[in-house]
Ligand binder design. Sequence first.
Ligand SMILES: [Zn+2]
Length: 332
Amino acid sequence: MSSLSPKFSRRELMAGAAGAAALTALSGNLIPAAQAKAPLLGASRPTHYRFKLGEFEITTIYDGALAIPKVYPIFGKNQKIEDVKAYLIQNNLPTDKMTISFTPVIVNTGKEVVMFDSGYGEERRAKGAGKAATALATAGFTPDQIDIIVITHCHPDHVSGLMENGKAVFPNARYVAGDVEYNFWSKKDLLESSNKSMVRRAQAVQNNVVPLAEKIEFIKPGADVVTGITSVKAFGHTPGHMCFHIESAGKRFLIFADVTNHYVVSLAKPDWHCVFDMDAEAAVVTRKKILDMIAADKIPSAGYHMPFPAVGYVEKRGAGYRWVPASYQLDL
Ligand SMILES: [Zn+2]
């Protein structure tokens, strides 16, 4: 292989592989002539990841993903389409489609089991999301073990998994939500909006959050959910969107929810608008502030729409950032 130039052809490569196979055969390592037959099983992936953080245990749960038949103008709406496409190609990403995945996080403090967001529930199950309850069981939890559900914000991919067939999915849970966020989304007049996606989102809140209102504790940024879990102001994506800082025995972690919605574009190009951000400019300011903090403090973090298991680090790079998926750092 060493004689091949860096621009070797597919033919040269295949010839090389055939030569290597012949050498293997000559060395006595004979490959059986008949290969065993087994049915193709379809695509598959792990659905949970668990690690220790100080005295706490953190588990990320795969709720599934949706296929979306475009990238622009969802990302880079304030840029030229050619520039967005060129950047995607440079990063080995298709320009005309993508998937967006959903990852609730469970923090077991040893005293209480706290779940952050609930997945898409029935609303998008036929399209590949809403599988958090199944992944929860595989991860060793039953719905009645969840003591507290923290709502980072009220978009349907975060709250529609709270109810199933009109019943609460987590029978023993109490809930925590930002007061600004809930006050915005629970207004009934949003259902009269001329914006169809606003109506769909507001309806999801009426169906899945409002019926639980008596069990919700409404908090402001900077408040503790329980000892070691503190809300962090991150308004912009939605009017009251919040992140959550986790700390146990000196170890820190940040659940940054929807501060970023794409693992390459949102980080490398933090100024590019994302149509999921309700106040795009405020979201840019928040994105830079939160990513600066994660990068400067070198703390591990989880992002709801980062590729599963959605746990990693943020590095500062030029005018932007880079998502670095965790490997073994949290397993040691
Ligand atoms: Zn989201």
